[in-house]
Design a protein around this ligand. Structure first.
Ligand code: HPA
Length: 248
């Protein structure tokens, strides 16, 4: 039986989980290589949770170099069954401006050259997972209900477009993504979501809008300083939402 109630993968701006008590650190050896860092397990809101900084605790890994397979494998091997991915994003939809929090319900993958599956290892069983709904519906509902309880405004639903990065997108790329139906753009949502499904983990995304995507706001250019300032503000809401979820 799992003794871990929730695992959280922190994105840009979330490198450690505030308020974790009785923390233990776990360096997990995986068949896929090293995870982004040690998994920190600790008590939060009366429950045991695990935290992993997706880019490393000092943000040394760019999105295309994150070992997504090792990260999810490490969390799974420590007993995780429910995983929340916290992701910084740019907003494409006009109501998804800086500091808005979204629980997306769909995604489109524009990434390339990443390991996208556990079955591209010699001898592995070939699995064709159903991915019609890329996020676990019940976990999304728990997040939405918790946000309501914690009095944090979140938008229910939206399509996350995952780009390769690490550069931001051109205006033409964002215009194309908008035509495709994307509401948000980020660099780390895939292959994380698909790998979680391959491991039969429950998985949902908490997307923190840091900026309007290229061509969607008033600015001629996107400032990285501004991105991190907005992210810092939105990130403070994450433990509040998760505390409400764990207490329910
Ligand atoms: N594009 C891609 N990823 C992002 C952005 C963006 O504008 N902002 C934060 N993460």
């Amino acid at each position: 039986m799992s003794t871990m109630d929730l695992a959280v993968i922190g994105g840009s701006g979330l490198y450690n989980f505030p308020g974790l008590e009785n923390a233990t650190r776990h360096a997990v050896d995986t068949p896929y290589g090293a995870a982004s860092g040690e998994v920190v397990m600790g008590d939060f809101a009366g429950k045991r949770i695990a935290f992993l900084a997706r880019h490393g605790e000092s943000h040394t890994l760019p999105p295309h170099r994150v070992n997504y397979r090792a990260n999810l494998w490490a969390l799974h091997s420590l007993g995780a069954r429910r995983v929340i991915g916290v992701n910084a994003v740019g907003g494409i939809r006009s109501d998804m401006g800086p500091r808005v929090i979204v629980v997306p319900d769909q995604l489109i993958d524009y990434t390339h050259g990443r390991y996208t599956s556990y079955c591209d290892v010699e001898g592995a069983e070939v699995k064709h997972i159903d991915f019609s709904e890329p996020y676990t519906g019940s976990l999304r509902q728990q997040l939405l209900a918790a946000a309501g309880k914690a009095d944090v405004a979140v938008i229910d639903g939206g399509c996350y477009g995952a780009t390769q990065g690490p550069r931001l997108e051109t205006r033409a790329e964002i215009a194309r993504m908008k035509r495709d139906g994307c509401d948000l753009v980020g660099m780390t949502g895939m292959p994380e979501a698909a790998l979680a499904r391959e491991l039969a983990l429950e998985y949902a995304c908490l997307a923190l809008v840091a900026n309007f995507a290229a061509g969607c706001g008033d600015e001629a250019e996107i400032s990285i300083e501004e991105i991190f300032a907005h992210l810092a503000a939105a990130t403070t809401e994450v433990p509040r939402i998760l505390a409400a979820m764990l207490k329910s």
